[in-house]
Design a binder for this molecule. Structure first.
Ligand code: DHB
Ligand code: FE
Length: 272
């Protein structure tokens, strides 16, 4: 049975990619943000995942307003899924989530920036990846409750895999931000901190928000927090918060990362 070793949540702001490219990690502006990732990478090394299910949102690169799936799972061979995503898709559809199957799927910074943060350097990443795209850009969005439920269905699907994969769940985006309109620049640290606390042991309280309230509290792009809710749902049972970092501002956003380990995680081979 595949094992879910835990989850990492992380911002996916494009400016992070530029900072990595320009090696600005030690600059005063960026240091408090990047310093938050050392413990994340230490934990990943410890739990040794070989698959990362990455829950993110496309920002208009692959899906545009003409075609906008609520939930989509990448099944492209270039992601090197052993089953090209079919097992996961079958299981989710059996659980009444109407997944769009994508044999080709471009991924944008919502996927690539977190990959660079979690596995820095240009060498091949030591994980196979399954991108799961959540619509957070075009109304109507899936509700917070639906996103938590989708995560739980993902966990059941992963745990039905018969191999011994060690699966990391990643949720990207957020935290609070709004890039356009009269509230452009809006950030809500109190709400972000509430979300980071509640997502550990009480995700249902966050899932109870209406979509409109979520947008009111965390901004029209902060609704990317839906990706975090899917992530949390995808870690079965109780979790242990191993690490968190929160820093405002990074670009227009409250930059945040968390590590949520499954309580019964198997000890990685390096620790034996
Ligand atoms: C920013 C944040 C995002 O989540 C994004 O997708 C693009 C830009 C920003 O803070 O600039
Ligand atoms: Fe974004």
């Amino acid at each position: 049975m595949a094992t879910i070793v835990g989850a990492v949540a992380t911002s996916h702001i494009p400016a992070i990619g530029r900072a990595i490219e320009r090696k600005l990690q030690g600059e005063p502006y960026w240091k408090p943000f990047f310093d938050g990732y050392g413990p994340v990478r230490d934990w990943i090394r410890e739990v040794q995942p070989d698959v990362a299910v990455v829950i993110y949102n496309d920002h208009g690169l692959n899906f545009f307003l003409d075609k906008m799936p609520t939930f989509a799972v990448g099944a492209a061979p270039q992601y090197h899924n052993a089953d090209e995503g079919w097992g996961l898709i079958e299981s989710l559809i059996a659980e009444e989530f109407d997944i769009t199957m994508c044999q080709e799927m471009l991924v944008d910074h919502g996927f690539t920036v977190p990959m660079s943060l979690l596995w820095p350097g240009s060498e091949a990443r030591p994980v196979r990846t399954v991108p799961i795209c959540i619509n957070t850009v075009q109304f109507p969005y899936p509700s917070p409750a639906r996103c938590l439920k989708l995560g739980r269905a993902i966990a059941r699907a992963v745990e039905s895999f018969e191999d011994d994969s060690r699966v990391l769940i990643a949720g990207t985006g957020g935290l609070s931000h709004q890039l356009e309109g009269t509230r452009a620049g809006f950030i809500n640290p109190d709400f972000d901190r509430l979300c980071m606390s509640k997502i550990v042991g009480e995700p249902e309280t966050l899932a109870a928000y209406s979509t409109r309230d979520l947008i009111r509290f965390c901004g029209s792009q902060g609704v990317e927090f839906l990706n975090w809710l899917v992530m949390r749902g995808a870690v079965p049972g109780a979790v242990v918060e191993k690490h968190r970092n929160y820093h405002v501002p990074i670009s227009n956003t409250a930059g945040a990362t968390m590590v949520l380990a499954t309580l019964n995680e198997r000890v990685g081979p390096t620790l034996n």
